[in-house]
Design a protein around this ligand. Structure first.
Ligand SMILES: [Zn+2]
Ligand SMILES: [Zn+2]
Length: 207
């Protein structure tokens, strides 16, 4: 059971991908929550960037979330956005992966090797408690790589089997429509994750 399944009715009404001033976002947790309430966004997931070696106080981040829950009626999820490493590991300490409600993963810097990409992705989808694939297709597009339909179908099949969401990312206009259509036909669930980095984007990036 993954946490999104408890809030499946809010996959497209909530905002499931937000960065704060702990990394490269602007305001803090509380400011986002107040604005989300004004905008009647019922759920917000803070998916802060993580690395194995953290450069900020993750405990402070979690405390801010606890404090915001005290004063808000929103559903507030703690989360992290972890980078996929070659061979299917994630660049995050296992304790953090186990501690947050909503861990998601993404490809950031990664070798431009399609086979390695597919193998690493499969390993992450199968072996982790990840909830969603963030900005799906961004790495491929930036590296002028293109998945064959057969590979895409296989990946989506594994996502469906392991209850991993396909993020609809308004910031990058991803995934490609073709992916979305195939995902829907295969019963893979999608989630709205706008990769919010500043307060106004809570509204402006709504699809
Ligand atoms: Zn990212
Ligand atoms: Zn992000």
């Amino acid at each position: 059971m993954k946490i999104w399944q408890e809030h499946a009715g809010l996959l497209h009404r909530g905002e499931w991908h937000v960065h704060t001033s702990y990394t490269d976002g602007r305001p803090g947790v509380l400011e986002y929550c107040r604005r989300a309430e004004e905008l009647k966004i019922p759920l917000i997931a803070f998916t802060e960037h993580v690395r194995r070696k953290l450069t900020y106080d993750f405990g402070g981040f979690l405390s801010d979330i606890d404090a915001a829950r005290e004063e808000s009626d929103l559903i507030i999820l703690s989360g992290c956005e972890a980078k996929v490493l070659p061979c299917g590991d994630l660049d995050v300490e296992p304790e953090i992966l186990g501690e947050v409600d909503y861990p998601i993963f993404a490809f950031h810097s990664f070798p431009a090797d399609q086979e390695l990409f597919i193998e690493s992705l499969k390993a992450v989808l199968k072996s982790r408690r990840v909830n969603a694939w963030a900005h799906p297709g961004l790495f491929l597009a930036r590296n002028h790589l293109n998945l064959e339909e057969e590979d895409l179908s296989e990946l989506l099949r594994i996502m469906k089997e392991h209850d991993v969401l396909l993020e609809i990312n308004a910031k990058y206009q991803l995934p490609p429509q073709k992916w979305l259509a195939l995902a829907r036909s295969m019963g893979v669930q999608t989630v709205r994750g706008s990769d919010v980095h500043y307060l106004e984007a809570l509204e402006s990036l709504r699809l």
